[in-house]
Ligand binder design. Structure first.
Ligand code: FE
Ligand code: FE
Ligand code: ZN
Length: 306
């Protein structure tokens, strides 16, 4: 069975709301933030809503192991210029893992961090590893999946070598893994048309058993651009068929694939992003057939169902 979904919101109904949204797109997996990705304010996890969510998942072919959390991206474990802030980030991420444990969520995606200011990439990577070894102190169960980054600005983790450094130096090996983002690896300079070559290198330096999630995004920019701007499936520089080849790669059949593509507006130029593309992108992926008019179909569908 194809394990596919998108990122969804985690609102008032928490995991139950996310599950309902994922079902509306025809998903068998999904990813959510446990609060706004841009801040660190968090509400208590509601047990009743969680139980209801898990029941609804079971009725709709969504396995809990394919439900992924994403840590907020404002937390930067690469920066240790201010020890207090660094410790705050460590405690915050550990707390997010606890929240995941409360819901039975087994994986949380994390952007490794940035080497900001005067520090070098190496120092940034050292800070990240040190932080991970403090976070994973044996009091939690949920895994951390380090995301492969585009290499925008001072981002750490844009090469397989950097990801390998982080993963291989983490003490708790059973709680560390990787999330591969197709837009990011394209922008970082890897050839997504030769994904098996990428996997071979990944396998040598890290191990395929460490892959816990795939982010499926097209890219608005060419290979090696170091930009990180996601495009809708088939509308970017990667294109539909290379993404299909990655999604259906036999070595990755048990790994959840998550779309993080942008919402679309009433027209192509419209900056008011109103409509989620996921129901239609998932359908094309299931059919392995690109529909060049799918933006029009999305507008039609949501305008009728407003
Ligand atoms: Fe991410
Ligand atoms: Fe991503
Ligand atoms: Zn991105």
């Amino acid at each position: 069975m194809l394990i596919i979904g998108s990122h969804v919101s985690f609102g008032k109904e928490q995991l139950l709301g996310s599950t309902k949204e994922a079902i509306s797109y025809g998903s068998t997996a999904f990813m959510f933030y446990t609060g706004a990705p841009t801040n660190t304010i968090r509400k208590e996890i509601d047990k009743k809503l969680t139980t209801e969510a898990i029941k609804l998942m079971q009725e709709n072919n969504i396995e809990l192991k394919n439900v992924i959390c994403h840590a907020p991206y404002i937390v930067n474990l690469g920066n240790r210029e201010n020890e207090e802030k660094y410790q705050f980030s460590i405690d915050f991420i550990r707390n997010e893992l606890k929240r995941c444990d409360e819901m039975g969520i087994s994986s949380m995606v994390l952007h490794p961090g940035n080497a900001v200011g005067k520090i070098t990439k190496e120092e940034g990577l050292t800070n990240i590893v040190n932080a991970l070894n403090q976070i994973l102190d044996g009091t939690t169960k949920c895994k951390i999946l380090i995301e492969t980054m585009a290499g925008k600005g001072s981002e750490c983790g844009s090469t397989i070598e950097e990801i390998a450094y982080i993963v291989n130096n983490t003490n708790k090996q059973d709680q560390i893994g990787v999330c591969i983002d197709t837009c990011h690896i394209n922008d970082a300079g890897y050839d997504v048309n030769n994904f098996n070559e990428y996997l071979d290198k990944f396998s040598t330096l890290i191990g395929l058993n460490k892959i816990g999630c795939l982010h499926i995004n097209d890219s608005k920019n060419p290979k090696d651009s170091h930009k990180d701007r996601h495009a809708n499936i088939g509308k970017g520089t990667i294109g539909f068929n290379p993404l299909i080849d990655i999604i259906y790669n036999e070595k990755l059949s048990s790994i959840p694939k998550i779309l993080e593509t942008p919402y679309i507006g009433d027209t192509d130029e419209d900056k008011n992003r109103l409509y989620p593309p996921y129901k239609f992108e998932i359908a094309m992926i299931r059919n392995k057939e690109y529909n060049p008019n799918y933006f029009a179909d999305i507008r039609d569908y949501y305008q009728k169902n407003k």
